[in-house]
Design a protein. Structure first.
Length: 147
């Protein structure tokens, strides 16, 4: 199956301020043209597995990068990560956890499940913008993905 890239980044984040800052950083640095924002874990799974309101979405249209918050309503980020990394079709998509959680258990569990990177969101505005730019630059420009 040929994988297409309809979007660059799937941002799974429920905090409106973090969504706004992330989109601002991505657009101002011209790092991603096509960004899909999803605000809870249940909707993220529907999107990724083409069920529910996303049943008509082409499953071969995978994002180049998933930015995943852990503290999500309905279905938590750890469960979303587990389902992504246990699926043969999705597990090659890079997932960067971008969270406020400094809990060691979350960090260890994320890496055990196959996360590609775990980043604690900085509280400083400029640092947040810089981190988003660095993440995007690496995963969308420098990193090679399989077809």
């Amino acid at each position: 199956m040929k994988i297409t890239r309809a979007i660059d980044i799937l941002l799974i984040e429920d905090n409106p301020n973090d969504v706004e800052l992330t989109l601002l950083a991505l657009k101002s640095n011209k790092l991603a043209e096509k960004i899909q924002v999803i605000r809870d874990g249940e909707e993220a799974l529907e999107y990724l597995f083409c069920t529910g309101s996303y049943a008509s979405r082409d499953q071969s249209d995978l994002p180049r990068l998933i930015l995943l918050d852990l503290k999500l309503p309905k279905v938590g980020g750890i469960e979303v990560l587990e389902k992504i990394k246990s699926d043969n079709h999705l597990k090659l998509v890079p997932v960067v956890v971008l969270t406020t959680s400094k809990v060691e258990r979350d960090l260890i569990q994320s890496y055990h499940l196959g996360v590609n990177s775990y980043i604690v969101k900085p509280v400083d505005y400029q640092m947040f913008i810089s981190i988003i730019a660095e993440i995007s630059q690496y995963w969308l420009s420098a990193n090679e993905l399989p077809n």
